[in-house]
Ligand binder design. Structure first.
Ligand SMILES: Nc1ncnc2c1ncn2[C@@H]1O[C@H](COP(=O)(O)OP(=O)(O)OP(=O)(O)O)[C@@H](O)[C@H]1O
Ligand SMILES: [Mg+2]
Length: 240
């Protein structure tokens, strides 16, 4: 089993869009038994796949080692793709992780080893205690970046943080998101790094929140679906 975290220090850069579409690609394109773990209390990935946490379900209890790991997992509408839905208790996670006795993410993921080939983590933004857990547990970190100087700066900060505090930590795979080639700054920024995967700005991605479906399920031949597919192929190639 391999764990791929979708993480960025910045908010609103397309993490959830990337996480949902990578999870779908893992399950369909690569026929992997896949778990999408929604670690963000906003629950955007959970919503996009038409799921909700079961009544009384609480990831807080999961992290506090008070709940069985697999009891909260729900099947999605797609073959081989399961979801561990977000719930409001995730807002307490920082406090739980700060305390001794919290069940650690890396150990929790070992519990999924038998049932899944790929686990995708949709992370909230920020260098939080949860992010540190993710850096200890993931095999790879996919980092969505807007084609802007501030995004580049946030990526450099992340790379420096990992180099300093997680020297044997997972590799970072940056990906451009929301690229609009009509804009000169986008063109110049993206063209300066020719081999990095580009997810274009696309109505099909925006519409995920309305359709509640991955892009490849609604607009499979569009440029965004092709971008996510290429990104997944790169992730898979780097993992095996
Ligand atoms: N490639 C894209 N084209 C068009 N819109 C996009 C694209 N990627 C993301 N969006 C839109 O941008 C907004 C933010 O995307 P998303 O929720 O994936 O970001 P995020 O990094 O997960 O945000 P947060 O930090 O709040 O978790 C959403 O409204 C989403 O629909
Ligand atoms: Mg998100």
């Amino acid at each position: 089993m391999k764990t791929i975290a979708v993480f960025a220090i910045k908010g609103g850069v397309g993490k959830t869009a990337v996480a949902v579409n990578l999870a779908y690609a893992a399950a369909t394109q690569s026929a992997r038994r896949t778990l999408l773990w929604d670690l963000d209390g906003q629950g955007a990935a959970t919503f996009t796949l038409r799921l909700a946490a079961a009544a009384g379900s609480s990831q807080r209890k999961l992290f506090a080692a008070d709940a069985a790991l697999d009891a909260m997992i729900r099947p999605s509408a797609y073959p081989r793709l399961d979801v561990l839905p977000a719930d409001k208790s995730l807002r307490h996670l920082e406090r739980i992780l700060a305390a001794d006795g919290a069940r650690r993410l890396k150990k929790m993921l070992k519990g999924f080893d038998k049932d899944y080939d790929r686990v995708i983590l949709d992370c909230p933004p920020g260098l939080t205690a949860l992010a540190e857990e993710v850096f200890r547990a993931a095999d790879m970190i996919v980092v969505p970046l807007l084609p802007s100087p501030l995004s580049a700066r946030a990526f450099d900060q992340l790379a420096a943080h990992l180099a300093k505090h997680h020297r044997k930590g997972p590799p970072l795979l940056p990906v451009w998101t929301m690229v609009d080639r009509r804009r000169a700054l986008h063109r110049a920024t993206v063209d300066a790094v020719p081999d990095r995967v580009v997810i274009p700005y696309a109505v099909a991605v925006e519409a995920m929140a309305v359709n509640q479906a991955p892009v490849a399920a609604t607009a499979p031949s569009g440029p965004a679906a092709r971008g996510f597919s290429r990104l997944w192929a790169e992730v898979e190639a780097a993992l095996v």
